[in-house]
Design a protein around this ligand. Structure first.
Ligand code: PGA
Ligand code: ZN
Length: 389
């Protein structure tokens, strides 16, 4: 296919901030891409927009003029074009363009987008139940996310199990928590005034109730996003978990061990500061479950290499690097290292569902995505569509 025209412009993301959309016109029609952003970001990820958004979009449109008449016949052509994108546009603009190109190419080849990246793999959603940290109020829990995942090999069963936990949790909160008025955070997790410990207990209880009823294998997870409250070498908790407000690095590892034991944590994301890879390794030695890099690895292949032996799972957030060839490189490296891949939404999303296609095609085992809010549900629905059509 030939790019006849490409145009970047401003749209809103799900958290009411502006982002960029790119529309590509070919003989076959118009194809669209847009990029997400994060509220809690890693020091190792690219910034979505370097200068002001308006300035950047206008300069990016000048670049897009240069790619008119470009021929795209396969993913390699997209990867080659990505390598020509000037550095200042790597982030939001580049990813929006790449997503639009993938849709245009998939239409041209008459193939589902996921199949450009690989075969149809089963991907299970891991979803946020409760939100805290930078995604919620300053007075709630420090843990950024409490998550649930229903294990198995059937995505419909998995969605059903996790949804049951979410609904069960809502009932429990409605009947026991004055500070819960029904609200959700940007990723669809409920926000309550409960502290870390009470929150974990509440989700654990909801899971137990559903497991009792259904016999499903449902697990609890957390994203500690510990870097967000690591100040001058100390983890500063607003709502202490086991009694201490200021926790040293060594004490943080003990605290996580206690949480793993008490709550049987299956998924443990960024339990320590993103720069302290040795500490990730210490936590990995305490569990057979998933010790997950997000802020620590930031979809950057070199960070993944450095984390060898320290984590056994990593998030893939395409906008952390802004270029699909880098995402592919990271994914291939993870496979070589035996790292479990978890494709992931961001707190500020758009309605594009290409993330779900990437998760399936790249062979991610999980897709971390909210089970509430339209822009998240769209992505779960895309998984359900891929596996049922
Ligand atoms: P973010 O949060 O999109 O705000 O970075 C998600 C996460 O930390 O996993
Ligand atoms: Zn995270």
């Amino acid at each position: 296919m030939k790019i006849k025209n490409a145009k970047a412009f401003k749209i809103l993301n799900s958290n009411s901030n502006f982002t960029v959309q790119v529309n590509i016109t070919s003989d076959a029609g118009v194809f669209k891409g847009s990029s997400p952003a994060g509220e809690s970001v890693s020091a190792f990820e690219v910034t979505p927009f370097k200068e002001g958004l308006d300035q950047e979009i206008s300069a990016f449109n000048d670049f897009l003029k240069k790619i008119e008449n470009r021929q795209l016949s396969g993913l390699d052509d997209i990867y080659a074009l990505e390598k020509e994108i000037p550095k200042e546009f790597v982030g939001g603009p580049s990813l929006s363009l790449s997503y639009a190109m993938v849709y245009a190419l998939s239409h041209e080849l008459n193939k589902e987008p996921y199949s450009l990246f690989g075969s149809k793999n089963t991907v299970l959603p891991i979803s946020k139940m409760l939100g805290g940290g930078m995604h919620a109020s300053n007075l709630g829990m420090d843990i950024q996310e409490i998550l649930a995942v229903t294990l198995g090999d059937d995505i419909k069963e998995s969605v059903d199990g996790t949804l049951s936990v979410y609904k069960q949790l809502k009932e429990l909160l409605k009947n026991s928590t004055y500070s819960f008025v029904g609200g959700v955070d940007p990723e669809g997790g409920f926000v309550t005034g409960l502290d870390n410990y009470e929150s974990l207990k509440m989700v654990k209880k909801a899971i137990e109730k559903v497991v009792e009823k259904t016999g499903k294998d449902i697990r609890l997870g957390i994203d500690m996003a510990a870097s967000t409250f690591f100040k001058d070498g100390v983890y500063v908790y607003k709502r202490p978990i086991y009694g201490k407000k200021e926790v040293s690095s060594g004490e943080q590892i003990d605290l996580i061990k206690k949480l793993i034991d008490e709550f049987d944590l299956y998924f443990i994301e960024d339990p320590v500061d993103e720069s302290l890879l040795e500490d990730y390794g210490k936590i990995l030695s305490l569990t057979d479950n998933l010790v997950v890099g997000d802020d620590a690895t930031a979809t950057v292949t070199e960070r993944l290499e450095k984390a060898k032996g320290k984590i056994n799972a990593a998030l893939i957030k395409p906008n952390q690097v802004g270029l699909l060839y880098k995402v592919k490189e990271f994914s291939d490296k993870a496979d070589k290292m035996g790292i479990i891949k978890v494709a992931s939404h961001r707190s500020e999303e758009t309605r594009t569902t290409l993330l779900s296609d990437l998760a399936v095609g790249l062979g991610a085992k999980y897709l971390k995505v909210g089970i509430n809010r339209g822009e998240r549900v769209d992505k779960i629905n895309r998984l359900l569509e891929i596996c049922q059509v």
